[in-house]
Design a protein around this ligand. Structure first.
Ligand code: CA
Length: 167
């Protein structure tokens, strides 16, 4: 009987220790699908969730397939560069934008941005210096820096693309 009690004590302590390992994740409400692919999955070796902007994730249908997707703030562990991981709601496939992923939508480091929100599927204003106006297939992300530049990240049917708004 004492042995059983010891085992139960150990299990209890292990459980407590696991919860205590990541107090940040405990403090934030990380959606299950995001946790599976970005916290528990192999991508967590390269990227970590970032909570430097509130909210730290935005849920919308970014590729217009009818499934809600997640856009989550991340940081590349090696470089400290910020970016966004888009988690496809249907397939859980992850697309990394910024965070050292190369010169794509919005550059490879989103350290410049200090707010973001979902720009619902609909008409887009012609951006400064832009000639064409995109037709949104899904919801877009508006990424901005207060009193400065902003841009849309939207799905063009093949990839996520940047569209400059104001600056
Ligand atoms: Ca979707």
């Amino acid at each position: 009987m004492p042995a059983l009690i010891n085992i139960m004590t150990v299990m209890l302590l292990v459980g407590l220790a696991r919860q205590a390992t990541d107090p940040i994740l405990q403090a934030y409400n990380v959606p299950d699908q995001v946790e599976r692919v970005l916290v528990d999955g192999p991508l967590s070796k390269t990227y970590e969730l970032s909570f430097h902007i509130n909210p730290f994730y935005l849920r919308a249908d970014y590729n217009g397939d009818g499934w809600g997707d997640f856009a989550v703030l991340v940081k590349q562990r090696n470089s400290g560069k910020f970016g966004v991981a888009v988690v496809d709601g249907r397939s859980s496939k992850v697309t990394i934008l910024g965070a050292g992923s190369g010169p794509r939508a919005g550059g490879d480091d989103y350290a410049w941005m200090d707010y973001w929100y979902v720009y619902p599927k609909g008409p887009v204003q012609r951006g400064a210096g832009e000639r064409r106006v995109p037709q949104l297939r899904g919801d877009a992300l508006l990424m901005g820096k207060s009193e400065s530049a902003s841009g849309l990240i939207y799905w063009d049917g093949k990839r996520f693309t940047w569209y400059q708004q104001g600056d």
